[in-house]
Design a protein around this ligand. Structure first.
Ligand SMILES: [Zn+2]
Length: 197
């Protein structure tokens, strides 16, 4: 978040959309509380997990005593649907930032097309991670194809906070790590399109 210079946004009411969420994101839900510890100015953090595979989970513990003392609250919401369906739903809440862990826009292109268009209409920072350079580049190319223009991230780097637990990717036939590459659009995807050179 600091590298992405998004720290100024992390105060008061904060709403994070986790798009393309899956069971891994649900299992790691409680890790979001760390944001409250790093950013005491956040008073209410709402993490909204959106993705067809999302299974609602009721966390079995509330925030820690430090967060309670600081009057910080953390809520989770679950929407088992595609991102563009959520955006059009009555449940939609404008996000402070959107995060997509391990997104693979290159797969199921037709399905992702509508979600990429929905993403481009959001006025907030977007952070995407991918397991490899190849997958991150595929994501950018797919965004360019869908939006019909050049897409230039503000930040594209190897993520300091990538997973150190290797997994064997059957499709790519090599060992990789979750969230290896971080791609950031600081203000909105729409501002990063077109030939700005
Ligand atoms: Zn806490």
């Amino acid at each position: 978040m600091q590298k992405a210079t998004l720290s100024d946004l992390l105060q008061g009411d904060v709403c994070i959309h986790v798009m393309a969420a899956n069971s891994v994101d649900v299992e790691n839900l409680l890790a979001w509380e760390i944001l409250l510890h790093f950013y005491p100015a956040i008073k209410r953090l709402t993490v909204i997990l959106i993705g067809p595979e999302v299974q609602p989970l009721r966390p079995d513990k509330d925030v820690c005593s430090t967060c309670v003392f600081n009057e910080q609250i953390c809520n989770y919401e679950f929407y088992p649907m595609q991102y563009h369906t959520y955006v059009k739903s009555s449940s939609y809440v404008q996000p402070t930032a959107i995060i997509g862990f391990q997104v693979e826009f290159g797969a199921f292109r037709e399905i992702w097309a509508d979600s990429i268009k929905a993403l481009s209409r959001q006025s907030c920072p977007i952070l995407l991670t991918a397991k490899s350079n190849e997958e991150a580049m595929k994501n950018i190319i797919q965004m360019e194809n869908v939006l019909g223009t050049i897409v230039k991230p503000d930040i594209y780097l190897e993520n300091d906070f990538k997973s150190f637990k290797p997994f064997f990717d059957i499709n790519a036939n090599f060992v990789c790590y979750r969230n290896t590459i971080l791609t950031v659009f600081k203000n909105s995807l729409a501002l990063n399109t077109g030939d700005a050179s």
